[in-house]
Design a protein around this ligand. Structure first.
Ligand code: ATP
Length: 262
């Protein structure tokens, strides 16, 4: 469904070339929950921004349903770490924003909004403004709003990165419950390995900068999942494998920096 082929990205910064990504290849199947993990600065956000159409690859191609991505589009829904709700709209009007923009008849908008407020547990907060919501609730609205647009793929960049540990766990379980309703295709970025294994069908582990795919791992833990799965031997074995890979990359990156410093 989504195909990234031979994608590289070079930035020009202060007269220097920064090779952020090098020869990225990956494919995502319909209804797959794909997660990208990697050390800090390996280019995760850059890759997601290219899939979103906010950046162009320097070389290579990204296609969705076989069509090259040339800019942002309603077929891709975005949820970022920073809260991006419209502060002047209530919870329900934030969720209704996209469907109204697409001129969906108001009766249908209402039923879409009711559905996504219900699955995200926000029905009783529908008339509140974002400033009255906690961080976790704001991200629930952001998820409901992205899903109400009925995109082909949901792109999530560390959506729970700003939340405290307990809220984060609650949000991961909520996201899986929502996902299990309609199995939307998801591309999710995180540096949290527990989060990656807990959510994913497939994990793409990236190398240090210039980022490329080091290994793709299938997560065959049974679904539906809850957090008790974190204590299973399968989970712990997978975590060890990924921690080792990222640790190796971070160590090499640190060694490269200290060599440059000398
Ligand atoms: N607009 C830009 N101009 C110049 N360099 C950039 C730009 N955007 C990203 N970079 C560089 O590209 C590399 C990858 O950045 P990116 O933010 O994609 O990494 P990341 O894996 O998401 O990092 P983190 O996990 O720390 O958020 C970094 O070296 C970054 O400085």
């Amino acid at each position: 469904m989504l195909s990234v082929e031979g994608v590289s990205k070079v930035f020009l910064a202060g007269g220097r070339q920064v090779v952020a990504l090098e020869d990225i290849n990956l494919g995502i199947e319909p209804q797959e929950f794909a997660v990208i993990v990697g050390p800090s600065g390996c280019g995760k956000t850059t890759l997601l921004r290219m899939v979103a159409g906010l950046e162009k690859p320097t070389s290579g191609t990204i296609t969705l349903h076989g069509r090259p991505i040339s800019g942002p589009g309603a077929d891709r829904g975005m949820v970022f770490q920073a809260y991006t709700l419209f502060p002047w709209l209530t919870v329900e009007d934030n969720v209704a924003f996209g469907p109204r923009l697409r001129r969906i008849p108001e009766k249908q908008v209402e039923s879409i909004v009711d559905h996504y407020l219900q699955v995200t547990g926000l029905l009783e907060f529908r008339r509140l403004y974002p400033k009255a919501l906690s961080g976790g609730m704001k991200q629930r609205v952001a998820i409901a709003r992205a899903m109400a647009n009925e995109p082909d793929i949901l792109l999530m960049d560390e959506p729970f990165g700003a939340l405290d540990a307990q809220t984060r766990v609650v949000m991961q379980e909520l996201l899986l419950r929502v996902w299990e309703e309609d199995h939307k295709t998801v591309l999710f970025i995180t540096h949290d390995i527990d989060e990656a294994i807990f959510l994913a069908d497939t994990i793409h582990v990236m190398t240090r900068q210039p980022g490329t795919i080091k290994k793709t791992i299938k997560v065959s833990l049974p679904r539906p999942r809850d957090h008790s799965i974190l204590l299973t031997p399968e989970f712990i074995a997978m975590k060890k494998e990924i921690v080792d890979m990222i640790w190796e990359e971070s160590k090499k990156a640190a060694e490269e920096v200290s060599v440059l410093d000398v």
